[in-house]
Design a binder for this molecule. Sequence first.
Ligand SMILES: [Zn+2]
Length: 221
Amino acid sequence: MSTFWSVTVVTLCKYKRIGCPWQGPFHELTAHEGECGHPTKTGNELMEILDEMDQNHKKEMQLYNSIFNLLSFEKIGYTGTDFCSQTCHKKEVQFRPYRTDDFITRLYYETPRFTVLNQTWVLKARVNDSERNPNLSCKRTLSFQLILKSKVNSPMECSFLLLKGPYDDVKINPVIYHFAFTNENNETDYMPLPIIDSVECNKLLAAKNINLRLFIFQIQK
Ligand SMILES: [Zn+2]
C-alpha cells in the first residue's frame, strides 16, 4: 500500500518520563534533547509535573477498571456475534457514506441495521459535526449517534463502547458512554468518536467503509 511508505516515524524526547511533551521526526531529536529544558528543572517543578502525570495515570486506571466492571455484567452484546451469521469478514458495524438531500449536501455515515442484545440498532456518524465545508478545515473529527430501532417494553439502560473492528487498525481511545433508551427517547446525542487525532481520522475517512466494533452492556435493575 502506498500509504505505508509515507508514514513518518515520530520520536519522543528522552525526557518524556519527566514530562517533556516534545515529539518530532528522528533527525530533529538530538538537537531537541540538547536544548530540552526538562533536565534542568528544579525538584519542586518536577514534583508538580510528576503529580500531574500521576493524576492522568490514575484517571486511565479508573477507566480500565470501569471497563473490567462492565465485563462482568450479565447482559453483554457486541456486533460480530449476532449481526451476521455467516462466517464473513463483514460482521462488524460498517459505516457507509451517504449525502444529505440538503441544498448543500453533507456527508454522513450510517450502518445497516444490526442486532445486539436482541434489539435492532443503527449507528450514524458525521464529519466535523456537519460543518458546512469540512474540506476547508485541517482539523478532522467524527461524531456518532446510537439509535435503538426496535420497541422496548421498559427503558433499556446501557453502557456502550466503540472499539476498532478486528480488520481495522484505527486508533480509538476507549470511552464508556451511558444512555437509557426508551421508545420516546431512542437516540443518543451526537458524541465525539474518540479517535486519537486528525491523522487517524483522515485515514479512517479515506477507507471505503469504517468498521468498528460496538459493545453494549445492559444495566440490570
Ligand atoms: Zn525534551
